[in-house]
Ligand binder design. Structure first.
Ligand SMILES: Cc1cc2nc3c(=O)[nH]c(=O)nc-3n(C[C@H](O)[C@H](O)[C@H](O)COP(=O)(O)OP(=O)(O)OC[C@H]3O[C@@H](n4cnc5c(N)ncnc54)[C@H](O)[C@@H]3O)c2cc1C
Length: 330
């Protein structure tokens, strides 16, 4: 590795630059994308951002204030609306494979969009992507959880392109300052198979903080017995704390709440400042989604429940008594 001025070169003489795919959420940079930018800067190379479609255009001015960005590439076009991975992946491939761009690294959040996009880009470039990164060791070495978070694997890539998705809860959001990155329009026409079209989406709207980004989460499990108790006990407590509401898979499967609230191996992975588990046993698949929370509080009537093994504060009590009392005292 050679360093000339501020540019980093590989031993083959290629300049090492990083491209980050940045998503919008309600016309703001999504919290997960701010974390992706932070992870990208940890690679120690110049970082550029890619935004696409009308959603992407809505965040260009905010993005231009991210300190240290080399440039923002804007790919206009209604075909990028709703971030269809089938449309985005040929775009990312075209930008990465254009040698004049000097990109060697690609970073996206391990969001629903990123999880769909990354393997497709990998297939198009014939490169093995590295998903769900929680730590950047060096420009080609990354740490990622395996076996539902029970082991950490350190992986090193020798591929021509290094394609990664990052777990947002493992990286702080990149700060917005007032610097101004140059904006470049991507105008090359890209051919896609055109066989995928957006039909509709049903979004659950809530006044509460978004589960993936909330600093406090109140989560309920099967112990709440039904939807009525779930809403009656959890909602007032979450309101008092200005917390997001989450759930175990058992609670979701039993119809206590929407499946977008599921936390765990097959749900959302979160790491809030405060996590309150109510009537949740602490199955390994649930822990995979919340064990990195800073302070874990558990309310469960069974003192042998495994959730108490990782709880910082445990209350052995009937949730029907303890939760209303806690809410009232708060
Ligand atoms: C491939 C796979 C993926 C999975 N992915 C996920 C995932 O992403 N997320 C997830 O959560 N699970 C996941 N699961 C399911 C997981 O194994 C558990 O079944 C689930 O987490 C259990 O949910 P629970 O803790 O709410 O229910 P239970 O395990 O039934 O626990 C209920 C708890 O409530 C307590 N309780 C009952 N009544 C009261 C009361 N009145 N007061 C106080 N406490 C009370 C009980 O003591 C018990 O500990 C997955 C499973 C598989 C096989």
């Amino acid at each position: 590795m050679l360093s000339v001025g501020k540019r980093l070169f590989s031993t083959s003489g290629r300049i090492l630059d990083t491209l980050v795919f940045v998503e919008s959420a309600n016309s703001k940079i999504s919290p997960a994308s701010l974390s992706s930018l932070n992870a990208a800067f940890q690679l120690g190379k110049p970082v550029s951002a890619l935004v696409a479609g009308p959603e992407g255009e809505s965040i260009v001015s905010e993005l231009s204030q991210v300190e240290g960005l080399s440039k923002i590439i804007v790919a206009k076009g209604d075909n990028y609306n709703h971030y269809l991975a089938e449309e985005l992946s040929p775009l990312v491939k075209a930008i990465l494979s254009n040698e004049s761009n000097n990109f060697t690294h690609f970073v996206t959040a391990a969001s629903a969009v990123g999880k769909s996009l990354l393997p497709r880009v990998g297939a198009l470039l014939d490169v093995q992507p590295i998903s769900d990164v929680i730590k950047v060791e060096s420009e080609n070495t990354f740490v990622r959880p395996i076996y539902a978070g029970n082991a950490l694997s350190t992986v090193k890539s020798s591929d021509k392109f290094i394609l990664t998705s990052i777990r947002a809860s493992a990286f702080p959001p990149q700060q917005i300052t007032s610097s101004s990155a140059p904006i470049e329009e991507f105008s090359e026409s890209i051919t896609t198979n055109g066989r995928t079209e957006f039909v509709s989406e049903n979004l659950i709207t809530s006044e509460r903080p978004e589960l993936g980004a909330a600093t406090k989460v109140v989560a309920g499990g099967r112990g709440l017995k039904n939807k009525e108790t779930f809403d009656k006990l959890l909602e007032p407590l979450a309101t008092k704390l200005n917390a997001a509401v989450g759930a175990s898979r058992a609670a979701v499967d039993n119809g206590f709440c929407d499946n977008s609230l599921q936390i765990g191996q097959t749900g959302k992975i979160i790491a809030p400042e405060l996590y309150i588990a109510i009537g949740i046993s602490g199955a390994i698949q649930h822990l995979a989604g919340m064990k990195d929370s800073k302070t874990i509080v558990a309310i469960n009537k069974d003192p042998e429940s495994p959730i108490f093994n990782i709880a910082d504060i445990g209350l052995v009590a009937d949730l029907n008594d303890a939760v209303p009392e806690l809410t009232e005292k708060l």
